[in-house]
Design a protein around this ligand. Structure first.
Ligand code: NAG
Ligand code: NAG
Ligand code: NAG
Length: 230
């Protein structure tokens, strides 16, 4: 699709009433809505330095924590068969609860990124556009335990004013390892200074490079990846 068509799409959908909620957890071939902390509304979060950036606004308490074996896939699906229509990146994070995940609000330096969807060029667009499902592989050496899995898609359609669509769900990772993870806090994981990808003007001049905000994706330690060949 040509860049001009995307611009048109962005303008048409800008006034649409319904935004989106990541309402369903995907774990392998199964899905769960009970494991999701559902936000009070489908509007985006704007303040990426506030606590609502962690798991969204006034979320329900999930009633289920879904077990997933390390090495398996985890992800989210949007409500009502919706598709992403705001240009911008997406990412999936894992946050290790200090104990039972049901009692954890997501605070502290306990998060790492396991997948991201950035930009493509000629023509410039974002990989998250028009997707309804996002899944990632949990690296095999992630420690076992209870986690929040968090997704974010950042709408960059108003340059300088990013809109965050975020959601969290509760999982329990089993069969994990002892990967050395560098963790971040959410909020605290992005800043306007450190992450030009938050405030970039995506229309003009047309970007020729783009870095997804936040830390690098953790894909498992090298030793672990090598061991998988044995
Ligand atoms: C969230 O909860 C607070 C306190 O109950 C309330 O004042 C606020 O309006 C709620 N926000 C949304 C978006 O529901
Ligand atoms: C709801 O979740 C919060 C953490 O986000 C926790 O502090 C609280 O105890 C939970 N409430 C119930 C009734 O489990
Ligand atoms: C979005 O994806 C659906 C399903 O793959 C496809 O039918 C539709 O044409 C796509 N829309 C755009 C704008 O690319």
């Amino acid at each position: 699709m040509k860049f001009a068509s995307f611009l048109k799409l962005a303008l048409i959908t800008q006034g649409a009433a319904g935004h989106y909620i990541f309402s369903t957890l995907i774990s392998g071939k199964k899905t769960s809505t009970n494991a999701v902390r559902r936000p009070a509304e489908n509007a985006p979060v704007h303040d990426f330095l506030g606590t609502e950036i962690t798991c969204n606004v006034n979320t329900t308490n999930a009633t289920e924590t879904v077990p997933i074996v390390a090495g398996g896939t985890v992800g989210f699906e949007l409500d009502e068969n919706k598709r992403i229509y705001h240009l911008g990146p997406a990412a999936i994070y894992l946050g290790k609860a200090p104990g039972k995940v049901g009692h954890w609000d997501g605070s502290g330096k306990r998060w790492f990124k396991i997948a991201e969807w950035g930009a493509t060029f000629n023509p410039f667009t974002f990989r998250s556009l028009n997707k309804s499902k996002f899944t990632a592989v949990i690296p095999k050496d992630v420690p076992s335990g209870e986690y929040l899995v968090r997704i974010e898609q950042i709408g960059l359609h108003i340059p300088g004013s990013p809109e965050f669509f975020v959601g969290c769900a509760q999982i329990k990772i089993t069969g994990g390892g002892s990967g050395k993870l560098r963790k971040v806090a959410i909020p605290g994981y992005v800043s306007a200074e450190k992450d030009p990808g938050l405030t970039a003007n995506i229309y003009w001049p047309i970007p020729t490079e783009y870095t997804v905000p936040g830390p690098r994706v953790y894909r498992g330690t090298k030793a672990m990846q090598a061991r998988q060949f044995w």
